[in-house]
Design a protein around this ligand. Structure first.
Ligand code: SAH
Length: 505
């Protein structure tokens, strides 16, 4: 058996995109990931979907016991031949005991690598528009722990030197002792008027900031009931924030937007909203489930060359059809001379991804228009793999033109209601959702049916939809929509949401 290895990886400060390329590589090969509480869960779901995941977070009072357990787990798994990623918030060697863990591995003779990360000590100020060094403002900075031990009489931290010897002081783990920390700095000669900023959940859409001075920041934090995790930044550089703040200026910053799309399809939408600064909650109302033991589909795949046309009306139909094709030991060449029609840009892109350029893309997605634009379809054999609840207009229009149509259901859109949906309902009741988005009638229908009193629950919630039929579903539940995408595209919906909030600030 090959011996395993441990990668001590920095996950970055919160924004999942701030992990390094090397960090992603390690996650992708990991058999086991032991992760800390500040690590963004998205990284685990996305890059290590099949790895065993072990929460290494520590509750108050059990730090020592849990740390010993983590050390033992790293050693045991590696000795059993596993590749272990020890994933820590920020940089593994900036506090958080990364050094101690590496030492344990070194002493046990276990192979390890350190993958540095973007530390919250500089990244969180950066997302708040604060450069830790800056010509004329600061030519030195220090990263200091504000943990209780740092304030003991036995602490080795030279507060008297730091207070005046360092320009920018970044304090981690210090919010609980803000009073003592600021007092210590002032007593040791730092001006009480020094600008001081607190940043909680930096680099995430939940980022919150309080600005003040060494003298008044404690009171301000108390009034706002400000909690950890947060960094404290002390120094003249904080004055730059008013010019350089950028993250909080994003058009959707702080907006809590619910995505109800099936998970398999929501990644692109979620990432577009997040990149505009939104706080996205995901609660899929439907899942796409391929129809099991679909004999008709298998027969049509085996006899694919008997068709003149295959019409794909959605990315789901492309992906599910293609997956089944591969499962039957075939590939895209099986289409041979069969002509392919793709309805919509996304469907075209999905086909391109499996190496197929459609022969024909209609100008609209309306059944009658597609049939008309496909021209001479009389006596042609046409296969339409689609959703079980798809509308019959296209096949009807083709049949009117004497085509021989195989209308083939290959997937179901299944309603989901579980833990996640219940949590979402709770948030809705507490007023923690600003906007709900519906990208299809079925998501709207399932969502609105879940609510006992849609009118009162949705009173202060904005609704954004794609498509007229989705809009109709919303109205049939006695509600009004605020935003509609003028084209059936996610990009367009996101643009319109941004525009909506620009106008209705
Ligand atoms: N190794 C980590 C630090 C671990 S100590 C790093 O390099 O970032 C944990 C402390 O880091 C927290 O108490 C808090 O002070 C700070 N911290 C980590 N992530 C943070 C975030 N997203 N926003 C604000 N502070 C954060």
């Amino acid at each position: 058996m090959n011996p395993g290895k441990v990668y001590l990886v920095g996950a970055g400060p919160g924004d999942p995109k701030l992990i390094t390329l090397r960090g992603i590589e390690c996650l992708q090969i990991a058999n086991v990931v032991i992760y800390d509480s500040l690590v963004n869960q998205i990284l685990l779901d996305f890059y290590a979907p099949t790895a065993e995941k072990i929460y290494g977070g520590k509750m108050k009072g059990e730090q020592e016991r849990r740390q010993a357990e983590i050390n033992r787990q790293m050693v045991d798994y590696t000795r059993a031949g596993k590749t272990v990623v020890r994933l820590k918030g920020g940089d593994p060697f900036v506090f958080g005991r990364g050094g101690d863990e590496a030492l344990v591995l070194a002493e046990a003779g276990i192979d390890f690598e350190i993958v540095p990360g973007v530390t919250s000590a500089t990244a969180v100020p950066a997302y708040a528009g604060i450069p830790v060094t800056m010509r004329d403002y600061a030519s030195s900075f220090a990263v200091v722990t504000g943990h209780s031990a740092a304030l003991d009489s036995t602490s080795p931290i030279g507060w008297e030197k730091i207070a005046t010897g360092i320009d920018t002081i970044v304090i981690l783990m210090g919010v609980g002792h803000l009073d003592e920390i600021t007092r210590r700095l002032i007593e040791n000669g730092r001006s009480p008027q020094t600008p001081t900023v607190l940043v909680q959940y930096g680099t995430t859409p939940e980022q919150k900031t309080i600005e003040g001075t060494l003298a008044d920041i404690t009171q301000k934090a108390e009034e706002a009931n400000f909690q950890s995790p947060a960094v404290i930044v002390v120094g003249e550089v904080n004055r730059l924030r008013k010019h350089l703040k950028w993250f909080e200026q994003k058009p959707l910053f702080g907006r809590k937007i619910l995505v109800t799309r099936a998970r398999a399809q929501s990644a692109n939408f979620v990432s577009k909203l997040v990149s505009q600064g939104a706080m996205v909650l995901s609660s899929p109302m439907i899942e796409i489930v391929p129809i099991d033991q679909n004999l008709a589909l298998d027969q049509s795949i085996d006899g694919l060359s008997d068709y003149d046309w295959v019409v794909f009306t959605s990315t789901n139909s492309v992906n599910i059809f293609h997956r089944r094709l591969c499962e039957r030991g075939k590939d895209s060449r099986s289409f041979g001379p069969v002509k392919i029609c793709a309805v919509g840009d996304k469907t075209t892109q999905a086909l391109q991804q499996i190496g197929i350029l459609p022969d024909f893309v209609p100008s609209e997605s309306l059944g009658s228009v597609i049939a008309e634009e496909m021209k001479d379809v009389a006596h042609q054999r046409i296969l339409i793999p689609r959703s079980r609840i798809g509308r019959p207009e296209l096949s009807d229009s083709l049949r009117e033109r004497q085509a021989i149509v195989d209308d083939m259901p290959i997937y179901d859109t299944v309603k989901v209601q579980g833990e996640e949906q219940n949590e979402m309902l709770e948030k809705l009741k507490n007023g923690d959702i600003d906007m709900v988005t519906f990208t299809s009638s079925s998501t709207a229908e399932n969502f609105l049916n879940m609510l006992d009193e849609p009118q009162s629950l949705m009173k202060n919630v904005r609704i954004a939809v794609i498509g007229q039929s989705t809009a109709r579903t919303v109205m049939m539940h006695g509600l009004k929509y605020d935003i509609i995408a003028d084209q059936p595209l996610i990009e367009n919906l996101v643009d319109n949401i941004v525009e909506f909030y620009r106008v209705n600030n």
